[in-house]
Design a protein around this ligand. Structure first.
Ligand code: HEM
Length: 152
């Protein structure tokens, strides 16, 4: 029976060829991304600045960590596993660019602890880009909230 590439892959992906190339080049896979997410949020939870912001919103960490592994699988490996809406979630948070800088600092630490140098560079580059987008988008949402009258 003929086998497709997808059957040979250890990771289910919407774009198997791309995923396979990234895994081979960076060493990032399901186990590394799971360790990255758990290591990173371990740091976030005890951070004096970011910890309380998360603690006020996340009661059950299990589902959040699972969602974040899906997110990083989608972002880093292009598996298409995450289908969420991060912008509105972040627009409501009491954060400035300094909070995003701290987030990135902890993420860089976690990435360098669990990833290969190529893997760390791959996820850090994407985290930096998404942090800038989330910050800009959140500011726009907040500004629109203030500018557009509530017509209900
Ligand atoms: C100032 C920095 C940040 C803070 C304080 C923060 C905080 C949070 C909190 C509290 C949640 C849970 C929201 C909820 O379920 O109501 C969340 C969700 C999430 N965050 Fe962040 N975050 C930050 C930066 C980032 C960055 C840079 C990324 C991506 C690289 C990111 C990706 C996500 C994603 C994907 C979710 C899940 C959204 C969903 O429910 O689909 N966050 N964040």
């Amino acid at each position: 029976m003929p086998q497709s590439n997808a059957n040979l892959l250890p990771i289910r992906s919407a774009r198997p060829a791309v995923t396979q190339e990234v895994v081979a080049r960076t060493g990032l896979d399901e186990a590394v991304l799971t360790a990255l997410v758990h290591g990173f949020y371990g740091k976030v939870r005890v951070d004096p600045v970011l910890g309380p912001i998360f603690a006020a919103r996340i009661v059950d960490w299990g589902p959040h960590l699972e969602k974040m592994v899906d997110f990083w699988s989608s972002v880093a490996l292009m598996t298409g596993r995450y289908h969420g809406t991060p912008v509105p979630k972040h627009a409501e948070l009491p954060v400035t660019w300094e909070h995003f800088e701290r987030w990135l600092e902890l993420f860089r630490q976690a990435a360098s602890e669990v990833c290969s140098p190529e893997g760390a560079a791959h996820v850090i580059e994407r985290a930096e880009r998404i942090a800038r987008s989330l910050h800009t988008a959140s500011q726009t949402v907040r500004q629109l909230d203030g500018d557009v009258p509530n017509l209900k």
